[in-house]
Design a protein around this ligand. Sequence first.
Ligand code: SF4
Ligand code: SF4
Length: 440
Amino acid sequence: MQKTFPRGGNKRLPDHKEATAGKPILTLPAPPIAVIPMGQHIGAPCEPLVNVGDKVKVGQPLGRTGAFVCSPVHSSVSGEVIAVEERPLATGRRVLSVVIRNDGKDDTVPFEAGDLKKMSPDTIRQRVKDAGIVGMGGAGFPTHIKLNPPKPVHTIIINGAECEPYLTCDHRLMVERTAELVEGLQVMMKSNGATRGIIAIEANKPDAAAQVQEAVKGRDGLSVEVLKVKYPQGAEKQLIKAILDVEVPSGGLPCDVGCVVSNVHTAVSVYEAVILGKPCYERVVTVSGGSVVDPRNLLVRIGTPVQTVLDFCGGLLAEPAALISGGPMTGPPLVDLFGPVVKTSSGIIALTREEAGFDQNRPCISCARCVKACPMGLTPNLLGEYSHNELHDKIRKLRVQDCIECGLCSYVCPSKRALVTWIKKGKADLAALRAKERVS
Ligand code: SF4
Ligand code: SF4
């Protein structure tokens, strides 16, 4: 029987994956101008290593810092640095960036290939760190830290659930780069001593499941778990519960129950970093939604403007009602189409009015659908209301910090209340208050 997590969730969320799931990944030409932000990850932003006028090559480090939580960034083109200045991300925030005029030569730094058999766990982590690998599902947490957890780990789960509607970049990677994915998982297992590696795939990707199952045959400790389709199965806590039937404690981490969860693209990038010596300067992006002329999965150089990616897909049919970076349930709005694709840009989704619905924020009718749907057992109706009204003590008592921001409460609400938007703000307010308390 296919497993899933027991509490809340939604089995009938339309997945809208048909537009891109069967199309092979195409490579987008490198942009004439690449904008490489110094902060594409959780943690301290990098400090630039180059100045205006410098010549750079593909794969050359452009920024790093000595901060513990940080990840270096690399050039995605060869050419000349024409600016080091603040530029807006596609999601609006301004970040110090290195701007490079592409000379079209694709001069690349030499990649130093590695032999896994001869590598220690420390060497693996150093190579992952040097290559700038971060969680590419959207979180952006530096992977070398995840591979060195504070507690012993017995299992690594590769999250191939890709439960967000529209997104299919991980699906295509599982189909087209199966061997690299499996090897990336083995690299990760060696780095943190895990003896078990599980690739979790939802049942709506039977081609990927069959191919990965074939690839892990006869490999010690590796297996595939085909899961029932249910949103938000790709969330770490839900995935661990579904597969191992254990609960990560409130406020805890997967390593508290002996696990690390990593996404498919991240595992492929770990393979590239450790075995090929290739840094992270490109990624696969799903471009989809009813407003896109020709939806696709594209291999895109980091620093390419979102508009260029959309143009390659034939542009937009009409003014979209919503433009989103990542999946529509959890992704932030795209506000600047000249902003660059970054390491965490899993999707560029342009929705029609019909697909997006619209936020009406009508009064709550106390139907409790949001409570029933919440996979974390929370009361989103109250959390939303109290967060909106800045009642911090109340949201603390109602465990607002346990919200995984899956967006399901807003999705199921018949009054179209912006519950998850308010709750995210409530969480941010509490975090700011805690930081203030620590300082005073
Ligand atoms: S966004 Fe938070 S409160 Fe809403 S359903 Fe998801 S976990 Fe529950
Ligand atoms: S789903 Fe919407 S209307 Fe129903 S209880 Fe929750 S907030 Fe209120």
